[in-house]
Design a protein around this ligand. Structure first.
Ligand code: F6P
Length: 359
């Protein structure tokens, strides 16, 4: 294994809070080893397109700035928007770009989709990769938490708390639609943290009647308002998607399930007024909470340590209260981590009387 002189770092997929803290810790740790760091712009495109888009990141111009404390990605990112059709073509361009930039390894900060794309692009080439998981969806396999998730949970919980206060004033049931794609982690964690009455996630079937029964129970207890949290990837009661909008690579652009539920419930039950709030991309921003910053620091340092030890094709993970590394191939093979309907969070929701569907 040749000695490392220069590494690249890039962010890929949808942004989230904590990305700049990850970049910062990679720069800090790499500089301590005497390595140069190229920050690659716009995900893998900064490498595959010409002229290559990158800038040299140093502790002085990056970590010593306010950037590590801010959301967004200083480097720019690309969410499922790869503009080159064939994997073979893009892999060739990636390997060539890495060589032209003189990168000995790359730290990829991404979610399950990005880990999959990048590891496919590197298959059969000599490009050394270490992955760092980030996503508000928390659906990257093996790691218990990805960077950005806890900040999104905090944002959603704060929103739920605020909505609960206005709901009280107006005899309302507030439906809050949160992101998460096909995984209900964000909805479930914020519903638990925010004392929701109903939490609907794609992994668990539900009925409109089940929701109404819960609302009736609340009313019978004398409470004049209710809080409903719904994950954007939930389908209608009979399993039909509420939208058919697609992104550049043919994946669903979610949004609208909150309005659907509002319409269906209020057709038959009007003891509450219903209002819908869709939190949207605000969930990806805000001030990164301490745990995301902590993960960012630990993950960045670990990624550099792994490269220094001659490791590659690994992803750093948070498991059983500590940072370790797993094979990138195992992450890719595992696909996407959905909520376990038999898991501890669903059990807690049921134990607390939250209506979480028909299980
Ligand atoms: O994967 C992160 C995520 O924020 C999802 O929760 C959401 O469905 C999607 O990205 C939105 O993507 P875009 O930024 O392309 O609208």
């Amino acid at each position: 294994m040749s000695e490392i002189k220069r590494i690249g770092v890039l962010t890929s997929g949808g942004d989230c809070a904590g990305l700049n803290a990850v970049i910062s810790s990679v720069v800090e740790a790499a500089e301590k080893k005497g390595w140069e760091v190229y920050g690659i712009n716009d995900g893998t495109e900064g490498i595959t397109e010409k002229p290559h888009r990158y800038e040299v990141l140093t502790v002085k111009n990056f970590s010593d700035s306010p950037w590590p404390r801010l959301s967004g990605s200083y480097l720019g990112s690309l969410n499922k928007g790869m503009r080159i059709e064939s994997l073979e073509e893009v892999s060739k361009r990636f390997a060539t770009g890495v060589k032209e930039l003189g990168l000995d390894a790359i730290v990829v900060v991404g979610g399950d989709g990005s880990m999959n794309i990048v590891s496919n692009m590197c298959r059969g080439s000599m490009v050394r990769i270490i992955g760092i998981p980030k996503t508000i969806d928390n659906d990257t396999p093996i790691t218990e938490f990805s960077v950005g998730f806890q900040t999104a949970v905090q944002y959603c919980t704060t929103a739920i708390d605020s909505l609960e206060l206005t709901a009280r004033s107006h005899n309302r049931a507030m439906i809050t639609e949160v992101m998460g794609r096909d995984a209900g982690h964000l909805a479930l964690h914020s519903a638990l943290a925010g004392n929701a009455d109903v939490c609907l996630i794609p992994e668990i079937p539900y009925t409109i009647n089940g929701i109404i029964n819960k609302l009736k129970e609340i009313k019978a207890r004398g409470r004049n308002h209710a809080v409903i949290v719904v994950s954007e990837g939930l389908k209608t009661e009979d399993g039909t998607p509420v939208t058919n909008r697609k992104n550049m690579v043919g994946e669903m652009i979610y949004g609208g399930i909150g309005q659907y539920l509002c319409g269906e419930i209020s057709k038959v039950y009007n003891d509450f007024q219903f209002r819908v709030t869709t939190l949207g991309h605000l969930q990806r921003s805000g001030v990164p909470v301490a745990f995301d910053r902590l993960l960012a620091s630990l993950f960045g340092a670990k990624a550099v340590e792994l490269l220094a030890q001659g490791e590659d094709n690994k992803m750093v993970v948070w498991k059983n209260g500590e940072v370790s590394a797993v094979e990138l191939n195992d992450v890719v093979k595992a696909g996407t981590t959905l909520v376990d309907p038999k898991g501890k969070y669903v059990k807690a929701a049921k134990d607390l009387g939250i209506y979480i569907g028909e299980i």
